[in-house]
Design a protein around this ligand. Sequence first.
Ligand SMILES: NC(=O)C1=CN([C@@H]2O[C@H](COP(=O)(O)OP(=O)(O)OC[C@H]3O[C@@H](n4cnc5c(N)ncnc54)[C@H](OP(=O)(O)O)[C@@H]3O)[C@@H](O)[C@H]2O)C=CC1
Ligand SMILES: O=C(O)C(=O)[C@@H](O)[C@H](O)C(=O)CO
Length: 280
Amino acid sequence: MNAPLPVHTLNDGTTLPAIGFGTYPLKDEECVAAVVSAVDAGYRLIDTAVNYGNERAVGEAIRRSGVPRGELVVTSKLPGRAHAYDDAVASVRGSLEALGLDRIDLHLIHWPNPSVGKYAEAYRALVDLQAEGLVRTVGVSNFTEAHLERVLDDTGVTPAVNQVELHPYFPQVEMRAVHERLGIRTESWSPLGKRQAPFAEPVVAEAAARHGVTPGQVVLRWQLQLGNVPIPKSATPERQRQNLDVLGFELSAEEVAAITGLGRADGRLFGGDPDTHEEM
Ligand SMILES: NC(=O)C1=CN([C@@H]2O[C@H](COP(=O)(O)OP(=O)(O)OC[C@H]3O[C@@H](n4cnc5c(N)ncnc54)[C@H](OP(=O)(O)O)[C@@H]3O)[C@@H](O)[C@H]2O)C=CC1
Ligand SMILES: O=C(O)C(=O)[C@@H](O)[C@H](O)C(=O)CO
């Protein structure tokens, strides 16, 4: 097991491990086994969602892991079909029941779902559930600057986290600046680039050779040096360990800039533009 991970202090005073574990599209026993081995490897931040259909498996893995509950940061997400206030409250209660927990550490609105037009209502529900103690930290996912400003104006509560698509082909330079200005921690989904991983790009492969690490480790180290919290998914224990083992080397400022330079306007993995993409 690696040394304990560094943590970030969020704008609500709670902490978030510097790397987390993604669980989509793991299901059932494969999910339980992957999360148990991830926790054993040292992951303490686990990312699930109602729409992944694996909250029960994640809850089972947490119980099997033997790690004290207080050491884990469990994230779940509200689906687009549950943005109306009462539906949002019911969805969070459903997640608690499925996970077998009495509190969710970080609850996000999964997508803003513009056609529903109720993400601000959903956000108010999460803020109220935080006051009740059922949710520790309130955050969002796939929010643009306008969505962030809207919920902030509405409630006076800044989301602690915005989980967005972020990898070398889509480095989100503008959104990271918005987060910096508002005091929001950036979490990176598909942090390795998933099926379009940039592992063969010369700037990544050459940095890996220079530092004696794998291309995946270079990409995750790039994430860390930008202050992002990556949540890589792997069903493979060896890769899970490798993805955590990124504290023992440092990329130069030039290497970081060159990887960010891989960004391109059409770099999104599947066209998930939050202003138009709908996921119920
Ligand atoms: N909020 C949102 O809208 C979204 C959130 N997410 C979250 O983000 C998480 C991570 O994103 P995801 O889309 O899974 O993409 P990732 O960038 O984490 O890539 C996962 C893929 O990379 C492979 N992989 C993992 N580690 C390595 C490695 N070291 N070397 C080579 N290949 C590797 C995995 O295969 P294998 O398992 O075989 O190792 C898997 O195929 C999700 O699991 C989910 O929790 C994802 C999409 C949207
Ligand atoms: O994994 C997630 O959180 C998602 O939102 C996914 O459904 C994502 O949209 C995807 O992988 C679609 O192909």
